[in-house]
Design a protein around this ligand. Sequence first.
Ligand code: PEP
Length: 265
Amino acid sequence: MANTRTPLMAGNWKMNLDHHQATHLVQKLAWTLKDAKHDFSAVEVVVVPPFTDLRSVQTLVDADRLEVGYGAQDVSAHSKGAYTGEISATMLSKLGVSYAVVGHSERRQLHAEDDALVGAKVKAALGADIIPIICVGEGLEIRRAGDQVSYTLAQVDGAFDGISAEDAARSVIAYEPVWAIGTGEVATPDDAQEVCGAIRGRLAELYSAEVADAVRVLYGGSVKSSNVASIMAKHDVDGALVGGASLEAEEFAAIARYQSHQVGL
Ligand code: PEP
């Protein structure tokens, strides 16, 4: 049976592009998609710039009524107070932010974020009506040992600990095998399906078939316009979290238009 989940293409810019460059890229992206008579109802397109760009992106999106959404790359687990350098979910919500990436592998690796902290950030985001894009995925050693499914599902369990079925249903999960991020190595479509399908199965166990059916599971890891269609052809892949390739408006627009590509090209 065909699913009713709207595909989501989210571009994680990481620590690239200042607010002037952000405005330029979002304008070009919206113009490119509009120019091609892209049906925004067929795919949701979201940019995820650095915090310092969010106000400029908000102003542009509001003023020009662009159909591009925007999200943050992280969110604090705390609501306010003496947490120098952190940004709360409420602050993001005031900027019209609708998504926050949580538990990206770079934050897990470089900032020692563990499953408990990721879970607290998921709660903070949902509490401010921000949809968390929860990143999970194994490193190379775990993949070589064949333990990718159990490892990733343990991260899913941690992220959803204490989350209600209603909140779970509006969350997004991004399966990102760490060995495929920024390396040019792409998991095969079958690799992506194996883990994305297992994630959906776990949501059915933790909650219900309805919740599992509602949650969008993205794939991330060196997605480009040349490989997106074959990954998106897999039953349990509902979109992509795109890093490097989202920094070029035309390339990211081509990824968003994957439905017009021929699978395998
Ligand atoms: C990412 O940063 O989440 C990512 C998938 O990066 P890239 O597309 O560059 O591999």
